[in-house]
Design a protein around this ligand. Structure first.
Ligand code: NDP
Ligand code: 2IT
Length: 446
């Protein structure tokens, strides 16, 4: 088996040189899915995984725009349309200087499995740009978004490819992108998700990823007769996912003691309550400043510059910032400090070595493609509401979200549960794979 997997990885590597993040994501899936394929006659010999790692289409384009000083800026835009076996391409847009094809391909590949797990009809895609919104004015961001959409619009559509937010793309950016799409097409359609609630957005979409992560963590703990109440929780990041994960933890009686951004982490031993969290939301979403501002308002808390929060003693860790932010050294610290559960809010935040350590030490560990699927799930519900030309209430959407997260947990158990441990990585990968593979088989060699 080891040899079959190795041969497959080598083949993918030779075709995708210098794409380490993509190869990392593919390797994790191959290690769990290939043994399943070999055991199941209907998949064996169909080269399904080899087809899945090849994007159906990759679009790369120039984004030229004029900054506030009338200087011409040039960025690169992308859309990776990875797989449309079970629905139109669906996945976020990331605006961050680190964006490149390797990162977007890893994200688009993960999205295939995640979207399949949601039970909704969505294929996998991802896009973005190396544009850095940090320090840019609203008008600069608007001009960038308009230029970006002026090319992207011809490739997307409500039945073809439906982008949404991700790092650096929130409600402001979705607004500018939607406005330009509507102007170019002269059509009001549900071509993007994460829209404002007065113009086609769904209630609970901003909260969905963070809430979903905590619903999933609750399910994992419940399985061991434990709960979030009274547990110390460390969260990395302080963006969309981190903020609403924190809110849900606090509402369920957990104690959030740390949040972070790319400059470092804050530690508030008394716990970040809702009032303090609102302050963080104001710093990050309105003032667009750094997390260390927290200390000037709450001086009993500490700020640790240029460090990640994984050395803090906690019961639950929710990595909600970015890929590979939690290394095996961090995993070791968490394990030594008796952390019981690591539930990923970000995409691929834990390195493969860290995941191995979690598994070896029987820590409850959920991969992002299962635990952060709540965001795209509510995006799917936004698409459904757009098609119906109808809006569901907060309660209705929240209930559907909770049901979907519970169902994803069940799917992970089906394929990942052994006698005394649940391997959520294996469970999520195989459950996600089966539905897409069946659709690909039915649709012939394409
Ligand atoms: P935001 O842009 O709202 O927030 C990102 C947060 O992560 C910020 O606090 C940012 O810090 C921090 N961060 C970003 N890059 C780095 C880095 N290289 N090192 C350290 N910290 C970093 O993004 P989201 O909250 O939307 O996304 C966070 C993660 O969740 C990503 O992995 C994303 O792919 C994933 N995700 C998002 C979903 C969504 O619906 N938005 C759905 C599912 C997954 P700073 O402010 O300093 O840049
Ligand atoms: O990684 C993700 O699932 C997202 N950024 C959300 C994608 C979406 O289409 O809502």
């Amino acid at each position: 088996m080891k040899k079959i997997i190795e041969k497959f990885i080598n083949q993918v590597e030779s075709r995708n040189k210098n794409e380490p993040e993509f190869l990392q994501a593919v390797t994790e899936v191959a290690e769990t899915v290939i043994p399943y394929i070999v055991k199941n006659d209907i998949y064996y010999g169909q080269n399904i995984l080899l087809r899945m790692v090849e994007p159906e289409r990759v679009i790369s384009f120039r984004v030229a725009w004029i900054d506030d000083y009338e200087q011409i800026q040039v960025n690169r835009g992308y859309r990776v349309e990875m797989n449309s076996a079970i629905g139109p391409y669906k996945g976020g847009l990331r605006f961050h200087p680190s964006v490149n094809l390797s990162i977007l391909k890893f994200l688009a590949f993960e999205q295939i499995f995640k979207n399949s797990l949601t039970t909704l009809p969505m294929g996998g895609g991802k896009g973005g740009s190396d544009f850095n919104p940090r320090g840019r004015t609203d008008t600069e961001v608007m001009r960038f978004c308009q230029s970006f959409m002026t090319e992207l619009f011809r490739h997307i559509g409500p039945n073809r490819d439906i982008p949404a937010g991700d790092i650096g793309v929130g409600s402001r950016e979705i607004g500018f992108l939607f406005g330009q799409y509507k102007r170019l097409k002269n059509e009001f359609t549900g071509v993007l998700t994460g829209k404002g609630v007065t113009w086609g957005g769904s209630l609970i979409r901003p909260e969905a990823t963070g809430y979903g992560v905590v619903y999933f963590a609750e399910k994992m703990l419940e399985f061991q007769n434990k709960s979030i109440r009274g547990k110390k929780v460390v969260i990395s990041g302080s963006g969309n996912v981190a903020q609403y994960a924190a809110e849900k933890v606090i509402k369920l009686g957990g104690i959030v003691i740390s949040m972070s951004d790319s400059t470092g982490f804050i530690l508030d031993k008394e716990g970040i309550n809702i009032e303090k969290l609102n302050y963080i939301m104001d710093i990050k979403n309105v003032k667009r400043k750094r997390i260390n501002e927290y200390i000037s308002k709450f001086p009993k808390a500490e700020f640790h510059e240029n460090r990640s929060p994984w050395g803090i003693k906690c019961d639950i860790a929710l990595p909600c910032a970015t890929q590979n932010e939690l290394t095996h050294l961090d995993a070791k610290k968490l394990i030594d400090n008796k952390c019981i559960c690591v539930c990923e809010g970000a995409n691929m935040p834990s390195t493969p070595e860290a995941i191995n350590l979690f598994h070896k030490n029987k820590i409850l560990f959920a991969p992002g493609k299962a635990s952060n699927a709540g965001g795209v799930a509510v995006s799917g519900l936004e698409m459904a509401q757009n098609s119906l030309r109808y809006n569901w209430s907060r309660k209705e959407v929240d209930e559907k979200l909770r049901t979907i997260m519970n169902d994803i947990h069940e799917s992970c158990l089906i394929y990942g549960k052994s006698e005394n441990y649940v391997n959520y990585v294996k469970g999520a990968n195989i459950a996600g794979f089966v539905k897409v593979a069946d659709a690909m088989l039915a649709q012939g060699v394409v």
